[in-house]
Write a protein that binds this ligand. Structure first.
Ligand code: MEV
Length: 307
C-alpha cells in the first residue's frame, strides 16, 4: 500500500576543503538547520511539481534528475511538491538538499527504508545531472545530517563519511555576498587551470586537505580558535586558486571585524555566494551585520544544543 511520506534534506556548509575534495582530498562539512521538504500527494504516476522560480537549464536538469530518482525508488504513484527555506545557488547545497528530500520521500512512500546510504546513492545520481562530476560532499552531508569528514578517493564510485563529534556548540553566521556563476562553471574553470599547471595546483589541494584534517581534530578537541584559524588559512588557499572575489573578500573582512574566529567562502565561490564566519556566540555579530544591510543568518552546525 502506498502511504505518501514527506522527506527533508538539509542544506550544508563546507567548513573546510571545498574544491580540493573534487581531487580526492578530505573536507569537513556540516548540515544547516534549513533545507528542503518534499511533500507528496497520491497521484496516478510519479511526478514533481517544479517551482516556478527554477527556470531554464536548472529546470530541465531537475526534471531529468527526478526521473532518475523516481526509477531508482520503484516509481511510487505520488506527486511531490517542494518547499524550501534555503537561498538558491549560493553554495549552500540547495540542489543536493532537493535530491535528498525527493529520495527520502520517494523511498518512504514506496514502503522502502530510507537509510542515509541509500538516500545518498540516489541523491548522487540526481546531483550528477546538476554538477557533472560532483565529489559527493554536498548530498552526503545532507543525507547523513551530521558534521562529517568526507573523502572520495580518485576513481572511487562514492565517498566515505566519518561523523565528527564536537564537545562544543559549533555556530556559524552565513552571509550572502551577491550572485555567483554555477558550480559546474567554477569547477570547470579550476579544472582547466589545474590541468595546465598540475604540480602547483596539486600542492595547494594537498595543503587544503591537510588543513581540513587539522580542522576536524580541532573540532574534536573543542578548540574553536584553532578551527577558526584553519578556516582563515583555507580562505587564503581558495584565493590562491582564484576562487575568491572582491565581494567575497569584503564579506570575509566584515565577519572578522564582527568578531569571527575564522571566516571564509563556502561552496564553489567564484564571484559571490555564501561566506561563513565561526562564532562562539553569533547574536551580537548578526545584529551588527544586519544593521550594515548584510543579508545573513546563523545556524548551529554541530555540538550540544541548549535545552
Ligand atoms: C560545492 O558545494 C563543493 C565543491 O567542492 C564541488 C564538489 O565538491 O563537487 C566546489
Amino acid at each position: 500500500m502506498i502511504v505518501p511520506q514527506p522527506g527533508f534534506g538539509p542544506g550544508k556548509v563546507i567548513l573546510l576543503g571545498e574544491h580540493a575534495v573534487v581531487y580526492g582530498h578530505p573536507a569537513l562539512a556540516a548540515p544547516l538547520e534549513w533545507g528542503v521538504v518534499a511533500r507528496p500527494l497520491l497521484s496516478d504516476r510519479t511526478s514533481l511539481v517544479v517551482p516556478d522560480e527554477i527556470r531554464g537549464k536548472s529546470r530541465a536538469a531537475l526534471k531529468r534528475a527526478f526521473a532518475v530518482a523516481a526509477k531508482r525508488c520503484g516509481s511510487p504513484p505520488v506527486t511531490l511538491f517542494l518547499e524550501s527555506d534555503l537561498p538558491v545557488s549560493m553554495g549552500l547545497g540547495s540542489s543536493a538538499a532537493v535530491g535528498v528530500a525527493c529520495a527520502r520521500s520517494l523511498l518512504l512512500s514506496a514502503g522502502r527504508s530510507a537509510e542515509p546510504e541509500e538516500v545518498a546513492r540516489i541523491a548522487l545520481e540526481m546531483e550528477k545531472e546538476f554538477h557533472g562530476t560532483p565529489s559527493g560532499v554536498d548530498h552526503t552531508t545532507s543525507a547523513v545530517g551530521q558534521l562529517i569528514e568526507f573523502r572520495r578517493k580518485p576513481g572511487a564510485p562514492a565517498g566515505k563519511a566519518r561523523v565528527v563529534s564536537s564537545p562544543k556548540p559549533l555556530k556559524v553566521v552565513i552571509a550572502l555576498a551577491g550572485t555567483r556563476p554555477s558550480t559546474r562553471v567554477t569547477v570547470q574553470g579550476l579544472r582547466e587551470r589545474a590541468a595546465r599547471w598540475p604540480e602547483r595546483y596539486e600542492r595547494i589541494f594537498q595543503e587544503i586537505g591537510r588543513v581540513a584534517l587539522e580542522g576536524a581534530r580541532s573540532v574534536e578537541a573543542g578548540d574553536l580558535d584553532a578551527l577558526g584559524d584553519a578556516m582563515n588559512v583555507n580562505q587564503g588557499l581558495l584565493s590562491a586558486l582564484q576562487l575568491s572575489s572582491s565581494s567575497i573578500e569584503e564579506m570575509v573582512q566584515r565577519l572578522r571585524a564582527a568578531g569571527a574566529l575564522g571566516a571564509k567562502l563556502t561552496g564553489a565561490g567564484g564571484d559571490g555566494g555564501a561566506v561563513i564566519g565561526l562564532f562562539a556566540n553569533p547574536k551580537r555579530a548578526l545584529a551588527t551585520l544586519r544593521r550594515q544591510g548584510v543579508h545573513c543568518f546563523d545556524s548551529q552546525v554541530a555540538g550540544p544544543r541548549a535545552k
